[in-house]
Design a protein. Sequence first.
Length: 254
Amino acid sequence: MNKLLEIKNLTKNYHDSSNSRDIIKDLNLTVNKGDFLCILGPSGCGKTTLIRCIAGFEGCEGKIEVGGEQVDKPGIDRMMVFQDFNQLFAWKTVSKNIQYPLKVNGIKDKEKLERIAQEHLDLVGLGDKGELYPHQLSGGMKQRVAIARGLALNPKIILMDEPFASLDAMTRNKLQGELLRIKERENATIIFITHNIQEALVLGNRILLMSKRGEIKIDIENNIPKPVTPASEGYGQMWKIFNDALWEESEETQ
């Protein structure tokens, strides 16, 4: 195993006028290169806060290291794909949206920029859409562009915060398959937040469930052979483990 991300004693505390509380409490986590880690948990358990800390968008106590380097700010080694579609520049073409962060990070040669953008549009199945604008794309296409833009920077980790939650079931299923294909081809390391147990079982080779207290309640390998369907051997057992754990969490808060 090649350890890529290491989190030690991570605590994130929010303060307001009346009180303070720990969103995440003394969390420890290691992610290896090539992992597809899916994170489940009830609303308010700290899933999004966790990956925002990994991305460098949130300050926290404890230590986060990527490739042995301390995380203390955002960096191109960690790219975030969000749930909403507003992450694309409406006034730039699809190709220019992909080129923009490359230019910001030092690539100035026009031909190289165009080549990298085209390669990654081809990778996500949008090779003929480079000259379109975001408003001309479906929601699923916009998310593919966001994934292509992140991959173009060759990040060490892709962070995905419920990226398919706003899509219809058919588009979601299609993009799940596309994401698995891309992950295998690029040997990408992905941390993926979802509320959907089935999505976690379909995508992840490892699944983590966070409790309402901001702690890791379950962290297990998902050894169901891919492609995963509800008929796959072991699917029902794994689904029950996480469903029961989520019910326990909901009952504790009543």
